[in-house]
Design a protein around this ligand. Structure first.
Ligand SMILES: [Fe+2]
Length: 294
C-alpha cells in the first residue's frame, strides 16, 4: 500500500459554497500561511431543457477569491461528475490556476468517447487537463503540500485530494447518515468502492472529511463536514465493521433501483473535456443526446 505524506499539523481554511440545483459543494481551500488557494469541484449552471448555460455559482466563487485577495493555484476535480457541469475553465479564465484530475480520466474518456460517438478530434489522453494525478502524487498550494489518493469505485478516475488535515473525498463517501455513492456507472464497481473507502478510513481519525454532495437525508439540514473517526463509527454503509460482501450486496441491490441522474448526458460531455463545452462542425457550442446508450 502506498505510504501517503499525511501532515495533520497543517489546517487549511475552507470556505464552502452549495449549489441547491445539484446538491453540490464547491470548496475554496486556503493556505493558512499565504494567499494561495485551490478550488475543489466547481459548478457551471445549466437549464437543460432550454440548453442555457449560466455562471451564478462560479461567479460567487470568483467574487469571494477576489474579495479576499487570494491567488488561485489549482482547480481540483475529485472525478468526472455525472450530476453537474464543472466550471473549472470559466474560473481559470478569470483567475488562473491549473486544472487537475486523476490520470484514469483516460479510461472515462475512452468509455464515453464511444457512447457519444466522438470523432478522432476528441483526445482520450487527458490532454484537456493541466495535470493528471497518479496515486500518491503531491502538489503545492502556497506553502501547503497536498496529495492525491486514488479512490476508484464510483468511477475509475475518482481521487481523494488530501490537503493538511482536510480530505476532499468527492463521491467516495457521503455524510455518515448518507453512506456512499452509487457504483453502477460504466467503469464503476462496488467492491472497488469498498476498498477505496477503506483507504480513506485508514487516514487519521481527526482528518476532516469534506463532502462533494449532501442530500439532507431524513429531513435534516444540509451538511458538508465530518471526520474519518465519525465515518468509521457511524457510516450507515461501511461503518461498524460491515464486511466487503455486505457492502457489495447492499450497493448492487440499491443501485439497481436508482434512476439515471438528470444531468448525466450534458455533464459527461462537458466534464470529460475538463469543463469545456463541445462544439459542432461549425464551431458552435452543441451537446448530443445518444439514444438508448445508458
Ligand atoms: Fe459523482
Amino acid at each position: 500500500m502506498t505510504a501517503y505524506p499525511v501532515d495533520m499539523t497543517v489546517t487549511p481554511e475552507v470556505e464552502t459554497f452549495f449549489d441547491p440545483a445539484t446538491w453540490t459543494f464547491t470548496h475554496v481551500v486556503k493556505d493558512p500561511n499565504s494567499d494561495a488557494c485551490a478550488v475543489v469541484d466547481s459548478v457551471m449552471d445549466i437549464d437543460y431543457a432550454a440548453g442555457r448555460i449560466t455562471y451564478d455559482n462560479a461567479d460567487r466563487v470568483i467574487a469571494y477569491i477576489r474579495e479576499k485577495g487570494l491567488k488561485l493555484e489549482w482547480l481540483l476535480e475529485t472525478h468526472v461528475h455525472a450530476d453537474h457541469l464543472s466550471a473549472a475553465p470559466y474560473i481559470q479564465e478569470a483567475l488562473g490556476g491549473k486544472i487537475g484530475i486523476g490520470e484514469k480520466i483516460t479510461v472515462v474518456q475512452d468509455t464515453f468517447g464511444k457512447i457519444f460517438n466522438e470523432g478522432t478530434e476528441f483526445q482520450r489522453d487527458g490532454s484537456q487537463f493541466d495535470a493528471l494525478f497518479k496515486d500518491g502524487d503531491t502538489f503545492m498550494i502556497g506553502t501547503m503540500q497536498g496529495f492525491a489518493m486514488h479512490t476508484p469505485g464510483h468511477t475509475p478516475a475518482c481521487m481523494t485530494h488530501v490537503i493538511g488535515n482536510a480530505a476532499f473525498v468527492g463521491d467516495t463517501l457521503f455524510m455518515p447518515d448518507g453512506g456512499s455513492a452509487r457504483a453502477d456507472f460504466p467503469g464503476g464497481d462496488a467492491g472497488t468502492l469498498y476498498d477505496s473507502i477503506q483507504k480513506v478510513l485508514a487516514l487519521p481519525d481527526e482528518m476532516r472529511v469534506f463532502m462533494c454532495h449532501d442530500y439532507g437525508p431524513n429531513g435534516r439540514d444540509i451538511e458538508y463536514l465530518t471526520s474519518v473517526g465519525e465515518e468509521k463509527r457511524h457510516n450507515i454503509h461501511v461503518g461498524q465493521g460491515k464486511t466487503r460482501e455486505d457492502f457489495i450486496k447492499f450497493r448492487t441491490e440499491r443501485d439497481a433501483t436508482l434512476d439515471v441522474p438528470r444531468l448525466i448526458l450534458p455533464s459527461l460531455q462537458v466534464n470529460m473535456r475538463a469543463g469545456e463545452i463541445p462544439t459542432d462542425k461549425d464551431g458552435r457550442p452543441m451537446l448530443k443526446l445518444p439514444i438508448n446508450q445508458l
